[in-house]
Design a protein around this ligand. Structure first.
Ligand code: SF4
Length: 449
């Protein structure tokens, strides 16, 4: 259900989403307190210095990926973990299915993982006869309803409480009250049973620490801990770029992640899974597997887009993006929405429908200003536009129009003339101007800013 790219355009998907008035209110309602909380949280502290450190740690890790991944693998194997490599989504799915089948598993619980959305793991597990339960509350709702997550951190910010009540009532077979406490209690009961019955727990990884061979999971619901500790087999799905050199690096990256993602100084649960259960330990899996997934990542190393691999998936750029705030995550057609989606999707997906996402930005630069690891998202978006216009995916007419525009506006006289004529053109819109001015007022100011 994660793929709505093929055969649709950003424009058609956006128009569809813009027709949902609840969503246009719900997104600012949900994310504005997070953005305000982030500024409150770091007020009086040197957030910029912390962001510099975060950028340096992630930048160093991405620049030294082969060496750090080798160290991570060594350390994981020393800890008793079985490590697998998957070049692409199909390989990753096949590896997980085969681990589950060797373990004789029938039931699987999953913690939230964007990578497993990327590789469309759930349909593959279900096709292999496994029962899969998502245990993050938002992901659980999405799964029950055959929907898709629309935000990296808040998968169901596009859904109303009434819809969740209706859905849970259907599953419960009785009318539940529209009360957050009651709905959460119902979900907790369902999920507890799933945890206790599960043979395999599948998690993602916020970070993978090379020094200690640890998979770091940041969660607020405790489901990550139950997923990794209760079932007899734990499988951690790790994008290769999630490696960091040292355990100490988490002291910088975790507050940046929680501060930017949920405006929390610390997370409720930070789980470090460093191997299967050892003798004398009371819990933990009998087997632990780590599946290192490339999925297009190593091809980005050394390219103009390398910095995007520093992303720690906090979702802050989505919260602040004026485009995302209007159209929501589903308009981007794949797993990632907002500025990070507009950059990552064209890099991970070859289709023309994905390449146009670089245009889904006003280039206001708000994403750069908020990104905790200082990824220059709007530069990357401009680079995507440059590459797209240099390639065959753009029409000759569009290329010619922009060339003429570029020549014209290079002349101060033509620029001034066009500024004088623009309000007139806006009143009598022709061609593409009609679509542009249907939703915008064209106002030219001659004052100095
Ligand atoms: S690009 Fe930056 S702001 Fe956006 S999700 Fe990644 S780390 Fe967060």
């Amino acid at each position: 259900m994660s793929d709505h790219l093929t055969g649709t355009t950003f424009q058609t998907r956006s128009v569809e989403q813009l027709a949902k008035p609840f969503q246009r209110q719900a997104i600012p309602n949900a994310v504005d307190p997070t953005v305000a909380g982030l500024h409150r949280l770091f007020a009086g502290s040197d957030r910029d210095r912390l962001r510099d450190l975060g950028r340096d740690i992630r930048g160093h890790a991405v620049a030294n990926l082969p060496k750090l991944v080798a160290q991570l693998v060594d350390q994981l194997e020393t800890n008793g973990v079985t490590v697998h490599f998957a070049g692409d989504a199909a390989e990753a799915r096949a590896i997980v299915v085969s681990i589950c089948s060797r373990a004789g598993a029938r039931r699987v619980v999953k913690a939230k993982s964007m990578l497993t959305e990327e590789i469309e793991l759930n349909p593959a597990l279900e096709a292999a006869g496994l029962e899969v339960v998502e245990t993050d509350l938002g992901e659980y709702v999405v799964q029950l309803d055959g929907d898709r997550p629309s935000h990296i951190i808040g998968p169901i910010i596009h859904r109303t409480a009434a819809e969740v009540r209706e859905l849970f009532s259907r599953v419960a077979g009785t009318e539940l009250a529209e009360d957050a406490g009651e709905l959460a209690r119902f979900a907790r009961g369902q999920l507890r049973a799933a945890f206790l019955a599960a043979d395999v727990g599948i998690s993602g990884a916020n970070f993978a620490v090379a020094e200690t061979g640890s998979i770091a999971l940041v969660t607020n619901e405790g489901n990550g801990r139950l997923t990794t500790a209760l079932p007899r087999v734990h499988i951690a799905m790790v994008g290769v770029e999630r490696v960091v050199p040292r355990l100490d690096d988490l002291a910088v990256l975790v507050p940046l992640l929680t501060g930017s993602g949920t405006a929390q100084r610390i997370t409720t649960y930070l789980t470090l899974a460093s191997g299967p259960r050892r003798e004398g330990e009371v819990d933990g899996p009998e087997e632990m597997h780590v599946v290192l997934v490339d999925g297009g990542r190593s091809a980005i190393v050394g390219s103009d887009y390398q910095e995007v691999l520093s992303c720690i998936r906090c979702g802050a750029c989505q919260n602040i993006c004026p485009v995302y705030r209007q159209v929501g995550g589903h308009a981007y057609g794949w797993v990632y929405g907002g500025p990070i989606g507009a950059v990552l999707t064209p890099l991970f997906r070859p289709e023309a429908e994905a390449q146009e996402l670089g245009q889904a930005s006003s280039l206001c630069g708000a994403c750069d200003d908020i990104c905790p690891v200082r990824i220059p998202l709007h530069d990357l978006l401009r680079t995507l536009r440059r590459d797209r216009s240099a390639g065959a995916t753009v029409s000759r007419g569009e290329r010619l129009a922009f060339r003429i525009w570029s020549y014209a506006w290079a002349s101060p006289t033509v620029f001034r003339l066009s500024a004088l004529l623009a309000p007139l053109a806006a009143r009598v819109p022709i061609g593409p101007a009609r679509r542009f001015t249907a939703l915008r007022d064209v106002v030219f100011s001659r004052g100095r800013r």
